[in-house]
Ligand binder design. Structure first.
Ligand code: FAD
Length: 412
């Protein structure tokens, strides 16, 4: 490293590290930017993300509204989104040849429906701006030496850097938890988020594959209900509403060792009193018709049949003959269906780590440590995470961008 050239080392070749390295190299070409990746491939999660399609951001352009999709980090990200938000992500990729499209639920994908398009773009930008990349380079120690950083790779050789950005993904796999603690950083407990619920005595097993589009899920009476589709699987319950509940209540559910009762309103936003009124109307309007054959229109027929049977309502019972007691039971099954959960299954489509470097210790304008100057952070290694829908990649692009810009404008 000579001739006064400043060296930046980005540790971790995921979405956040890549975006940080490209941003720094592009905005200050006099820098030497080195990216170190422990694995034999960069952008591995981008490749498998969104079922191979890469849900790279979300169609939501208001920082305040966007920040509400983050169970952890909402306050800090809200400010950061004023500097880099989904509109900027879309424009950035568009200018570099990746067109995106929005789906009905707001998720955004490359029009090719292929995550490789996103990877090819990032790789070519890194080449264009002379980011030098090293694979199989696991950082094992990090020490500050006067104005510089000594970055130890694979327990042997060391690199010197003027600034360092940690973009390690989940800290659990990084091997650097102790190093960070040694630098004075606190790390909030690392736990899974975005998981499906296992049902040990699966009362709905025969309905595996059935989806309810507008349900509401609550993991305890005190917790906020999460709305969206619920999917019944062979193991239990999954789908966006379940994953959202797993994210918002990640810490609490870990504390319960994933043994808890969940409550589902299969009618979503319909309140019990409204459902009761509809049942009363059915009694009059459908008097001579059989209950089992006349479901609430929004419910899958198989689920309706299951709920009716679970209330002990005979197949021949007509609406006019439905007893008051059965009606109360049915109302409860429809709007407050309770089931025991035991254990979790990581979602194949997307999962993230809740917990990481404490946000209090990071300046979100520059992503620089407030404790150790010259050390920046980006992405999932921070104590921030979003629900499904492209929010996690957006957090990686935003924090990567801010770290890259700050490193480029404050070389020492
Ligand atoms: C199956 C799956 C699908 C997903 N799909 C989506 C999706 O469609 N949309 C969405 O928004 N989010 C999705 N996510 C979440 C998203 O992938 C993450 O939020 C995102 O990848 C975080 O980026 P990152 O750069 O912070 O971390 P990572 O992508 O995890 O990258 C961190 C990198 O750092 C490297 N590293 C770690 N320790 C060291 C070390 N000591 N030295 C050197 N290198 C190190 C790792 O090898 C890794 O390559 C998905 C996650 C999974 C698991």
């Amino acid at each position: 490293m000579g001739g006064g050239t400043k060296t930046f080392v980005v540790i971790g070749g995921g979405a956040a590290g890549y975006f940080c390295a490209i941003t720094a190299a592009e905005s200050n070409p006099s820098l030497r930017v080195i990216l170190l990746e422990a694995g034999n491939q960069v952008l591995r999660k981008v490749k498998v993300s969104g079922g191979g399609r890469c849900n790279l951001t979300h169609h939501c352009f208001d920082p305040k509204e966007l920040s509400t999709r983050y169970p952890r980090g909402a306050k800090e990200l809200r400010g950061a989104f004023h500097h880099w938000q989904p509109r900027d992500t879309i424009d950035w990729f568009d200018k570099r040849g990746v067109q995106t499209k929005v789906e009905q639920d707001g998720r955004m994908f490359p029009v090719t429906n292929d995550s490789q398009t996103v990877i090819d773009c990032l790789l070519s930008q890194a080449r264009k701006h002379a980011v030098s990349e090293r694979l199989d380079a696991r950082v094992t120690a990090l020490k500050q030496r006067q104005e510089q950083w000594e970055v130890q790779v694979n327990g042997k050789e060391s690199l010197l850097a003027d600034r360092v950005c940690l973009a390690l993904g989940s800290l659990k796999q990084s091997g650097l938890e102790q190093v960070l603690a040694g630098l004075g950083h606190s790390i909030s407990p690392l736990l899974p988020s975005l998981f499906a619920f296992n049902l040990p005595h699966h009362p709905l097993k025969e309905l595996a594959g059935v989806a309810v589009q507008h349900a509401a899920v609550r993991t305890s009476p005190q917790n906020t209900a999460q709305h969206g589709p619920v999917l019944i699987t062979h193991r239990g319950l999954s789908g966006p509403a379940i994953l959202r509940a797993s994210a918002w209540d990640a810490r609490e559910l870990a504390g319960l060792n994933y043994q808890f009762t969940t409550e589902i309103n299969w009618l979503g936003k319909t309140k019990p009193i409204e459902a009761q009124n509809r049942l009363q109307e059915f009694r009059k309007e459908r008097a001579s018709k059989k209950v089992k054959n006349n479901p609430f229109e929004e419910l899958p027929k198989r689920l309706w049949l299951h709920l009716v049977q679970s209330c002990g309502i005979d197949g021949e019972t007509t609406w006019a003959h439905l007893s008051k007691q059965s009606m109360i039971k049915l109302l409860q099954q429809l709007t407050a269906y309770q089931v025991e959960v035991s254990g979790k299954t990581m979602n194949k489509e997307e999962f993230v780590t809740c917990g990481g470097v404490s946000l209090k210790e990071v300046d979100f304008r520059t992503m620089e440590s407030k404790l150790v100057p010259g050390l920046h952070f980006a992405g999932e290694c921070l104590d921030l995470d979003g629900i499904t829908g492209g929010f996690n990649f957006q957090a990686a692009w935003t924090t990567g961008y801010l770290a890259g810009m700050a490193m480029a404008s404050k070389p020492t």
